[in-house]
Design a protein around this ligand. Structure first.
Ligand code: CA
Length: 697
């Protein structure tokens, strides 16, 4: 651990942090309006009533200042602004406190998680910190929950949230933002692509002591958890079959957590099955509760209150961990206290949040996995063709595992009563993979390439038919009020404001402000990088600011290939960007990006060795270094590395010589012979592409 405190830090800022009421919203007309919670308000809307920056003034919006984050590995955090200080978290969980007026760095805390990088499916990212009562809370990639003193960033306590005796301990990670409910800090985890049993835990804010834990799926029969979930899981154990516990079963709570003070309920959104393949996981039997569900718990005890499952028998990575928004909506002549979610499965759900009762659902993007949704229960009738694990046939399905909507948060404007969704339509073939499901490596039991069933032409047709939209969704009528087509899939989270504006960053390296009435773009800024994080807004000394963590990253962007075709290379210098009216700052010119030539050593090893390396690359390397060994840009392109010949490759992969640069060591996961297989594969890929380049010339 290391932390540094800037000399410019003042006691005044510290005092204002401590005295901050830390309640939702702040005053619209006062000199100060904070962004105190992950979604700003207690309803987690991602909306601010601030209106100094408006449709009328937007042309004057300019960069006030920027802070370089010294990385290009991706930014997903929602900053928190409390007491004039922005608290935010960057790649590898580096936390910074920054003067929100001028960008002066007050302190920096590095939990040093680079060695744990192999645990993350989707980049070393974090979705944010929580700030309450003078403490800053972060979840670290290696599973620690950490509390810092908001005044100077020194560590107050740390708690390892993953038990050392959990047989899947190495497969868990944390990328989600902690949430605070009363005196408790709530955090879940990720890892269902590697083998994990999901749970969420509550820890004393003052000490880090575990208060309760709720497992989202049952454990091995005969084993007792002595957890808050014991009673609820005993009742739903019959919804599982087979030997799911060997792979954990999944249901990880990696993002969506909302505390509702009005009803005193804690809502969690759970993830996909582990492994994905429902035939392998549960013999294709049972609903597999509480996968792909929203579950309501009592915040003090973790006691189960209700659940609603969106995707029974989940087999397609259809998480219900996308952000949850609370609202009071007039439906059928009465005001309903609802909860809204646009999960990966492509349907927009409205539930009664007091009871979990289903109100309505409708597809917000094209989908072909469900024939219908029962209007009374909300239960889908699944198209038999989607059951690839049973049919033995690949199914070209929409949404893909990337979802109609992924983690970049949607926002709800209480003014327009519309939900603004960063949505996409990308089809993907699913087929059962017969290879063994192994711990500690990307291992879903699903061949997302369709198991070789797709021709190159069929792939090209899929690529040509990708779409993405900013959708303004009417949750009462369950239909789009308007849609704005985007250039490429996977765009940023949303901020909606009282100024009539919708802010969103995108894959085209732009931050854009749209008119809330029709989606017309009114303003844009060249961010020098793709943006996936949601912007926030706040007011200080009467001045409204817009802030966003700019940096291209996360699961899909990193795997390259599919995205690169439409978006080009969206990787660029990662920065915290802050805007105000009449801001006059400019971004520095980008440093030149090294682009070494494709100059591989001659083919080595047998065809069988390279084929084995291809499979190993898919499990261990692809999630960062890109599909087909073509990097999306944030990580080295391994076809071009100078270490393909000679012993250097083994020293990096097994010797760990680049651990401090974020390249984990794979000792215990890969043997020297397997690393050699991967090296042979990379040399072959590089030679294939060099030959193809030569043909073009
Ligand atoms: Ca997943």
């Amino acid at each position: 651990m290391s932390y540094t405190v800037s000399r410019t830090f003042t006691a005044l800022v510290a005092l204002s942090t401590l005295l901050s009421p830390n309640v939702a919203g702040g005053s619209v007309h006062g000199a100060t309006a904070e962004w105190p919670l992950h979604g700003n308000t207690e309803q987690a809307t991602g909306y601010s009533p601030l209106d100094q920056i408006s449709r009328a003034t937007i042309r004057r919006l300019g960069l006030a200042w920027s802070l370089d984050l010294a990385t290009d590995r991706g930014q997903e955090a929602t900053p928190i602004m409390v007491g004039g200080v922005l608290y935010t978290i960057s790649a590898y969980d580096v936390v910074r406190a920054v003067d929100a007026r001028n960008g002066t760095l007050l302190w920096r805390f590095d939990p040093e998680v680079r060695a744990a990088s192999a645990r993350s499916c989707c980049g070393p990212v974090s979705r944010g910190v929580a700030v309450a009562n003078g403490r800053v809370f972060l979840g670290a990639l290696d599973g620690r929950l950490i509390a810092l003193d908001a005044r100077d960033g020194h560590m107050l306590w740390q708690t390892q949230t993953i038990d050392a005796d959990n047989p899947l301990v190495e497969n868990y990670s944390i990328t989600g933002a902690p949430r605070v409910a009363k005196d408790l800090v709530i955090i879940g985890n990720g890892g269902a692509e590697f083998g994990a049993r999901g749970y969420v835990g509550a820890y004393e804010a003052a000490t880090g002591k575990l208060v309760w834990r709720f497992y989202t799926v049952p454990g091995k029969p005969g084993m007792r958890d002595n957890a808050a979930s014991d009673g609820a899981l005993a009742k739903i154990r019959h919804s599982w079959a087979g030997e799911w516990w060997k792979w954990g079963g999944g249901g990880t709570v990696w993002d969506a957590i909302v505390y509702d003070p009005e009803l005193d309920l804690l809502y969690i959104g759970t993830g996909n099955g582990s492994p994905w393949n429902y035939g392998r996981r549960s013999n294709g039997k049972g609903d597999n509760l509480f996968l792909s569900s929203i579950v309501a718990l009592r915040p003090e005890t973790g006691e189960y209150v209700w659940h609603f499952q969106e995707t029974p028998g989940e087999s397609w990575d259809y998480t219900a961990s996308q952000n949850i928004i609370l609202a009071d909506l007039d439906i059928g002549g009465r005001t309903r206290k609802v909860l809204m979610q646009a999960p990966k499965n492509g349907f927009f759900y409205v539930l009664d949040r007091a009871t979990g009762a289903f109100i309505s659902a409708a597809p917000y993007v094209p989908q072909n996995w469900a024939k219908s949704i029962d209007s009374a229960s909300g239960r889908p009738t699944i198209d038999p063709a989607a059951r690839f694990y049973a049919t033995g046939q690949a199914h070209v399905q929409r949404p893909s595992s990337g979802g109609g909507h992924n983690w970049p948060p949607m926002a709800f404007s209480p003014k327009t009563k519309l939900v603004y969704i960063p949505a996409q339509d990308v089809a993907m073939p699913y087929a059962a993979a017969d290879e063994p499901i192994v711990h500690g490596a990307y291992s879903s039991g699903v061949a997302i390439s369709g198991g070789g069933a797709m021709s190159k032409a069929a792939w090209q047709a899929l690529y040509a038919d990708m779409h993405a939209w900013l959708i303004a969704w009417d949750p009462v009528k369950q239909r789009a009020a308007w849609k704005r087509e985007m250039a490429a899939p996977f765009n940023g989270g949303i901020l909606a404001t009282g100024g009539g504006l919708i802010f969103q960053g995108n894959a085209e390296r732009k931050l854009v402000a749209y008119d809330e009435r029709n989606g017309k773009p009114l303003w844009s800024f060249d961010a020098h990088t793709g943006i996936v994080a949601p912007p926030i807004t706040y007011r200080l000394d009467g001045v409204q600011y817009i802030a966003v963590m700019a940096g291209w990253g996360g699961g899909w962007p990193l795997t390259g290939g599919i995205m690169a075709l439409k978006a080009g290379n969206a990787v660029g210098p990662n920065r915290l960007l802050v805007f105000r009216l009449d801001g006059k700052a400019a971004l520095p010119a980008d440093p030149p990006r090294p682009n070494p030539p494709l100059d591989p050593p001659p083919i080595e090893g047998s065809r069988a060795s390279a084929d084995a390396g291809d499979r190993l690359y898919g499990r261990y390397c692809l999630r960062c270094h890109g599909s087909g060994a073509v990097s999306a840009g944030a990580y080295p392109d391994l076809r071009k590395t100078g270490f393909l010949a000679g012993p250097g490759f083994q020293e990096i992969v097994l010797g760990g010589v680049l651990v401090n640069e974020g390249m984990p060591r794979f000792t215990g996961k890969l043997s020297a012979a397997e690393v050699e297989n991967i090296r042979h594969y990379l040399i072959r890929r590089a030679n294939e592409d060099r030959a193809a380049d030569a043909e073009k010339r």
